[in-house]
Design a protein. Structure first.
Lengths: 111, 115
């Protein structure tokens, strides 16, 4: 059974600082997703990573994938308050649409 | 392009009742997946429908069921509601993995409260 571990669960950081969220998964997969969720809202798609070494960047967020280590990272550069949210990674199962989600990382950016 | 829509957005039901939730995917998307989100269990996969057929199912009791119509709209039903069914139910829309398109887009969710 595919398991996805995300850490840290909670992250409080100051504006302007850099930090990384980690996502480990237990079995081979062909795709990994990052989503953002604001309180009381749905999931907003951030990135889809498909191959080993894949790196995608959007603004202050950069995601990477190491399929050999079964690890993805979401790096936040020079954090701003607007990035405060809960971030989820999700791993796809081979051949079907099912996603297995990590526990989420609640990120709070302090001015 | 319109996004994924879910109705109703909020629902309050009593234990023992049943409920039906609806999801309309993005135009052209043929796969609809359902997820339950609770503070204790996080986001859990319920089932996925493609071309009116259930292709995959999560580990939920038989009280949870769904269906998909020819226009790709999907409904999920929960019978004999329990307090633990209180959750945010999210619907995800995607084109199809076989088409090489991997993005999954989520609707706004239906917040179900069981009293």
């Amino acid at each position: 059974e595919l398991k996805v571990e995300q850490n840290p669960l909670f992250l409080s950081m100051q504006e302007g600082k850099n930090y990384t969220i980690y996502c480990n998964y237990s079995t081979t997969s062909d795709r990994l997703y990052w989503y953002r969720q604001d309180p009381g809202k749905s999931l907003e798609s951030l990135f889809v990573l498909l191959s080993n070494g894949a790196v995608k960047q959007e603004g202050r967020l950069m995601a990477s994938l190491d399929t050999k280590a079964r690890l993805s990272t979401l790096h936040i550069t020079a954090a701003v308050h607007d990035l405060s949210a809960t971030y989820f990674c999700a791993v796809g199962s081979f051949g079907n649409e099912k996603l297995t989600f990590g526990t989420g990382t609640r990120l709070t950016i302090i001015p | 392009k319109a996004g994924v829509t879910q109705t109703p957005r909020y629902l309050i039901k009593t234990r023992g009742q049943q409920v039906t939730l609806s999801c309309s995917p993005i135009s052209g998307h043929r796969s609809v997946s359902w997820y339950q989100q609770t503070p204790g269990q996080g986001l859990q996969f319920l089932f996925e429908y493609f071309s009116e057929t259930q292709r995959n199912k999560g580990n939920f009791p038989g009280r949870f069921s769904g269906r998909q119509f020819s226009n790709s709209r999907s409904e999920m039903n929960v019978s004999t509601l329990e307090l633990g069914d209180s959750a945010l139910y999210l619907c995800a829309s995607s084109f199809d993995l076989a088409g090489g398109k991997y993005e999954q887009y989520f609707g706004p969710g239906t917040r179900l409260t069981v009293t």
